[in-house]
Design a binder for this molecule. Sequence first.
Ligand code: BGC
Length: 382
Amino acid sequence: MSRGMTLTILTGALLMNTLAQTGATPQLGSTTKKSFGKTPGGQPVDLYVLTNKSGAEAAITNYGVAVVSLKVPDRSGKLADVVLGYDTADGYVNDKSYFGALVGRYGNRIGHAQFVLDGKTYTLAKNNGENSLHGGIAGFNKALWTARMLPAKDGQSLELSYLSKDGEEGFPGDLKVTVTYTLTDANALKIDYSATTEKKTVVNLTNHSYFNLAGQGAGDILGHLLTIQADKFTPVDSGLIPTGELRDVRGTPFDFRKSTAIGARIDRDEEQLKLGGGYDHNFVLRRSAGVGESLAARVVEPASGRVLEVWTTEPGVQFYTGNFLDGKTVGKGGTTYPKRSAFCLETQHFPDSPNQPKFPSAVLNPGDRYHTITTYKFSTEK
Ligand code: BGC
């Protein structure tokens, strides 16, 4: 090899490195880091842009581990950003909708904002009527996480960790949480969640991405076709707390066992739809035997051909149709997000499990490891 050639290779490597640090033009199969603003306390917030070998891109911030953007191709290969979000950290600091966020320590609701463990009552903030929602006033979505870019053989990985202190938002036990997001070269966003605790506690972690497969800001999601692998769902009361019943979906607007437009039945005069203002319910997933992930849901956007499959190890999924979006929040590029302009499929243990002895347990004991996996797989069809 000539000296000239060696220099060119070295300069190339240096250039790649500089790009990786400044976050200029993303290279295929790379992760870049750039500044995303500051926390209210003045700490710098970063944005990590993961680009896979086929050009799909996931941008994730270490503030609340929010998935800020997710660019995937349509049937002709054209990329669109399919999640709602904000342009800077400030948006996430002020956010009340949990756009893209990592939700914890307990995703979804806990009735009357309290629960009992070993005879002791734990009281949480009532941040949703009488109930606790998504980990409280300052849940995991308002924390600054420690991020580390990891080598991955099949894509780009980012590991984020956080120590939730004993008593934070009322929950017992120091909880060490690590989540790894991998954007695979096959256009899947895989989320691996793990946690350990110092004291017996409850844990329910999820990702709260709001999807619109036509592209964020491209109207409502009522024409998206949805299948959910669930024979039952958990009906709720007026505070959206499960009544404890596991109700058969057969003959109800909650029957998504066959692909059905999200909007086909959403405005029916039906008690549960009225309580949710649309869909805002936990579905009981039909899990395959074994320990791995099972298919939970599949969504097709007919015009673009984009397909999203949600795979998970969790027993439930909250299907939420953005009923509380009101078009007032200003998101990416000045876009506003009206009611039902996105849907969420939040994989989870059932809402209010700490108070529902018949639901799968969300208790984590010291010495045990909480570990769940959810993968959002993107593809296209004709
Ligand atoms: C809940 C909704 C809530 C939304 C945003 C969903 O998980 O089920 O009721 O409005 O999150 O907080």
